[in-house]
Every structure is written in structure tokens, then in C-alpha cells.
Design a protein around this ligand. Sequence first.
Ligand code: FAD
Length: 447
Amino acid sequence: MTKTLHIVGGGMAGSEAAWQAAHLGVDVVLHEMRPKVETFAHQTGNLGEMVCSNSFRSDDDEQNAVGLLHWEMRAANGLIMSTAEQHRLPAGGALAVDREPFAETVTARLKALPNVTVSYEEITDLPTDGHWIFATGPLTSASLGQAIQQETGAEALAFFDAIAPIIYADSIDMSKAWMQSRYDKGETEEERTAYLNCPMDKDQYEAFIDALLAADKTEFHEGETAGYFDGCLPIEVMAERGRETLRHGPMKPVGLTNPHQPEVKAHAVVQLRRDNALGTLFNIVGFQTKMKYGAQTEVLRMIPGLENASFARLGGIHRNTFLNSPTLLDNQMRLKSRPNIRFAGQITGVEGYVESAAMGLLAGRMAASEILGRDLPEVPQDSATGALIHHITGGAEAKTFQPMNVNFGLFRTVDGLKGGRRGRKDRYKAYTDRAKAAWQEWLANFS
Ligand SMILES: Cc1cc2nc3c(=O)[nH]c(=O)nc-3n(C[C@H](O)[C@H](O)[C@H](O)COP(=O)(O)OP(=O)(O)OC[C@H]3O[C@@H](n4cnc5c(N)ncnc54)[C@H](O)[C@@H]3O)c2cc1C
């Protein structure tokens, strides 16, 4: 094996990975297909181009999980964060940047490193030897997508995400909802009570359908084909097909008895399913949607039991190439079947610029450590970066795996703190304090 690290894709993840590995002393070749081969969303040939919004979201590292990820990347000499700081625009508590100079600076800083070479070419295969990181993002080129699919199997690489909203378990009103699997199916008590059910009477259902039909929807981006399949139709499209369609689909009320009102038969039932091993997050089953975010929270809080729901992430359907990481990747982000290949960024099933850059940071450090023959302890699960990698490579349900933003639902709880909304501020402060200490301890392995 050669000692050079090859990184494919110079977006958020690939650029950060190259920067990190180069600073640890490894020679890096960064392969980027733009501007020779274009995507429908990128506009330039720059590295680190932001394809849509110019925001890295909240910069609050005490009360916000994304802000904490900023902090961790800054502590790790992150390229994306320090360049963002240089081109920061006023945006309240958010970190917004002037996108063109931002990407130009990312490109210039990488090219200025003596051990980084940028090679403008499309890579279309998974090489059998050498050290590689693939960070080709949601718009991975078609030929590479095919090569990945050949290696992983068709089921394990998706070309669209169909994300149902995810809710913090502790914000659900259990005086209205209850746990039960349809027809009490399952061998164990855990399986028989695997779903969380929210009942609706006829009036509530009709009002919900009216709200769905009236809600503001997001259109697909230009060039992004609306090729979603019948298996993952947005709920509002189902409602447009007929007012009863949802009642015969994801909202069917059969096989369930409401213990709060056993004598009343629900007209419709919304089911939620555990989204992580910790049991802190639940997704609404079959509720992928293209409703705008504001409309989504309003409409979904009409569901009995979800009136005060806090959303870890809202639903969406996008063009998005991503792996079923919980089954394919090990905890070092290596492809289990081809350990000379790592994946990083959005293709691993994280979502967003910041999360993608964070996964690039990890992959770059892990690959460099391997090349240098250094042992690296596991990334601490209590850090934001660690919570994300644990989620995508293990904590998430593989069968229903969909891309994930960083959020406090991915964190292990801190004992002895008050739950619910009232305790939130103290809880988040405790999570972020614990995360910072754990992350600094892990970073000390590199000094
Ligand atoms: C239309 C659209 C809008 C989005 N809007 C937002 C938003 O507003 N906010 C947000 O946080 N996230 C947004 N995202 C998600 C965003 O793409 C990611 O957050 C982030 O860019 C992912 O970083 P990445 O490094 O994984 O991928 P990218 O930044 O996309 O980088 C991947 C790179 O790989 C290159 N590449 C692809 N295939 C090959 C190949 N075979 N050989 C060589 N190079 C290749 C691409 O040209 C690209 O430069 C959006 C995504 C899309 C598609």
C-alpha cells in the first residue's frame, strides 16, 4: 500500500479531511470532478462550495448541538470553521458566511499546503489498493454511484432521502399516546410495545387533512427530478389522492386499542417508531413530507399527543446519495468489505454542511493515523462529533436509516437532571460541558 491518502470529492467533507490529514503530515491527493464534470447544484470549480444556504446554522456552543459541533471543529484546527470565521456575515446567533470568498479561501488554503495536490478528475471506481476517502456527497456522480452500488448491493445505497419528522421522546404527551404494536405482534414485550400511537377522532382527522392540503410545500430544485416512488410518497400527495388514502395507509387505525379510552375506536392513528438505540428519538412512520418547515410543525402539532412536540429534525425528500452506514461501515468509517476505503460527509448519512465537514474531519484524522501507524482510541460518544459517528455506524436503526442532523437526542442522558422543557437549559449545558471535556481529551491523542 502507498502512504499517500487519496480523497475523492472536494466539498465540505473532502476539503476538511484533506486539511486534517495534511496537518498530521500525510501526503494528500484531492480528486475533484468539478469544473470538468458538473452537478446540478454547484456553480463553480471551487473546493468547499456551499450549494444552497450560506449558513452554518447556530453558533451557540452551550445550548445548541450544531454550535457545539462548531466548537469541536474549531478546537481541532478545522479548515471549514476557521475559514467561515474569516468571511463571517452578521446573522444574529447564526454563523453565516460570504459564500464565494469562503470557497475561494478554502481552495487557496488547501493548495498552499506543500503536501496537498488537487487533481481535477472524476473517479468512477472503488480502487482495490491504497488509502482512500470517498466524500462525494449527495450528488455523487452517476458512474461512481453505480460502482458503489455494485460493491454494497442496490438496497444499501439510496439516491433519494425520504425523511419523516423526528421528535424528542420527552416532548410527547403520554396521557394521550400509548405504546403498542399492531395486533400486539412480537415475541417479546419490547416488540409488542414497539410503536407509539396517537389517536384521532373523525373531526380531528378531517381538520388534519384540510391543513395538509392547504400547507405550503417546497418544490424540488431545478434539475432534481421528482422521481419518488409510491413507497415513499409525501403525506400531502397521499392526501391529494383522496381524503381517505392516509386512513388506509400510514394512519390506519386497525389492530390497536387505546388504553386511555378502551371503549372508543379511533378513526385514525398516527404511529411513531423508535429512531435510535437510546430511545430518545421517535420518527413518525410513513410521514415523509415536502411541507415547508413552518407548515410542518403547525400541522404535525395538530396530532393528539404531539401538541408540544419538539422536533429533532423535520421531514423532507431530496436528491441524496447515501449509504446504509449502520450495516456497511465500521466505527472507523471504513467499508467493512473493503477496509482500504473510508467514506465521509453527507454520503455516510449525516445531513448538512457542518455535519458533513465534521465527518470529514474525523475521516481525515483516522486515515492519517492509520497511515502513520498510530493507534487511535474510539471517538468519545459524549462529544457531538462522537454522537454523530456512533449514530450512523451503530446507534441508528439500519432498516429505516435516513440522513441525520446533529441534535441532543443523539446524546446519552446526564443522570440527575430534570427532564422536559423546564430542565432543558441545564440539560443542554451539561451535555455541552461534558462533550467539550471528552473531545479535548480525545484530541490530546494527536499532540
Ligand atoms: C440542492 C441541495 C441543496 C442543499 N442545501 C443545503 C443547505 O442549505 N444547507 C446545508 O447545510 N446543506 C445543504 N445541502 C446538503 C449539502 O450538500 C451538504 O450539507 C454538504 O455539501 C455535503 O458535504 P459533502 O462534502 O458530503 O458533499 P459536497 O459538498 O457536495 O461535496 C462533494 C464533492 O464531490 C464531488 N464529486 C462527486 N462525485 C465525484 C466523483 N465521482 N469524482 C470526483 N469528485 C466527485 C462533487 O463535485 C463535490 O464537490 C444541500 C444539498 C443539495 C443537493
